[in-house]
Design a binder for this molecule. Structure first.
Ligand SMILES: [Fe+2]
Length: 277
């Protein structure tokens, strides 16, 4: 297994680092497989086409988990061909639907790094997956790595974007908030001591959020496939179109970001679906 301590160094085209986040692609083992009635290859290609048109030549793509729906090697092989349509510089972290060992086997260790360095930025890739569980957990070793790497970044004057799969704060959907990072207090205890941490970015919840909390930007992003309705106690689908997030990481620590959705296309889903694991 590739070490979670690995660091990948990248060069950005300009002073501002241009990033795409594509998350929760849920590719099935075979092309055309469906999640809740939606062909996740079809919806991912629609998002790739949209992003290529709206936000060409980003410096990198962040794939923040649930990239495969059941950890199939074939799904990760197809993921490479999709993301390569935009840039060869795409980096992944595992969600609860993924198998980290398979991600590394198929993508290579460089695809699943512990950290990226680009421009004036450190992008920390945390693993919140608890194998066999739906909910998220960082654990002592990831929290220690977080603290160690933030100390290194602070000593070098870098700004930090932290990425993980599960939400570290409640997002207002009870059924999803049961799955949030269970040791989030420990996470924020550490993050709160480092004022150059600018944002936390995640997937998992298949909906958009952009909040500011004590100087920290909290961001989550629509899935490239099915959407979950905000503010619900129980599972409910949202009929909004799939989407992606773009981020511009400035050399002064600023972040400009937004979400775009493939609103001009129709994405049939199973409206009667009563659950999702
Ligand atoms: Fe997901």
């Amino acid at each position: 297994m590739a070490s979670k301590d690995s660091v990948v160094e990248l060069t950005s085209r300009g002073d501002t680092v241009r990033v795409l986040q594509l998350t929760d692609t849920h590719l099935k083992a075979f092309e055309g497989g469906q999640l809740l009635g939606l062909d996740t290859d079809y919806s991912l290609q629609a998002i790739i086409d949209l992003a290529k048109n709206e936000y060409p030549e980003p410096d990198l793509i962040l794939g923040t988990g649930d990239l495969a729906d059941s950890g199939a090697g074939n799904a990760y092989r197809r993921l490479i061909t999709y993301f390569d349509q935009i840039t060869p510089h795409h980096y992944w972290l595992p969600g609860n639907h993924d198998l980290r060992d398979v991600m590394v086997d198929v993508g290579g260790a460089q695809r699943v790094p512990g950290e990226l360095r680009v421009g004036r930025w450190q992008i920390l890739m945390l693993d919140s997956q608890l194998p066999g569980e739906v909910g998220g957990h960082l654990g002592a070793s990831e929290l220690q790595r977080l603290e160690d790497r933030l100390e290194v970044a602070a000593s070098e004057g870098l700004f930090t974007l932290i990425c993980l799969h599960h939400q570290p704060v409640p997002i207002g959907c009870s059924w999803l908030d049961e799955q949030m990072v269970s040791d989030a207090h420990g996470f924020f205890d550490i993050v709160g001591r480092f004022d150059r941490v600018r944002a936390v970015l995640w997937g998992h919840v298949h909906q958009e959020l952009d909040q500011q909390c004590e100087g920290l930007r909290l961001l989550c992003t629509p899935s490239t496939c099915v959407q979950f309705l905000p503010g619900q106690v129980d599972f409910a689908l949202d009929m909004l179109a799939p989407g992606y997030r773009w981020l511009e990481l400035g050399p002064d620590g600023s972040i400009d970001t937004g979400v775009s959705r493939a609103e001009s296309q129709v994405f049939p889903v199973d409206r009667d679906a009563s659950g999702y694991l």
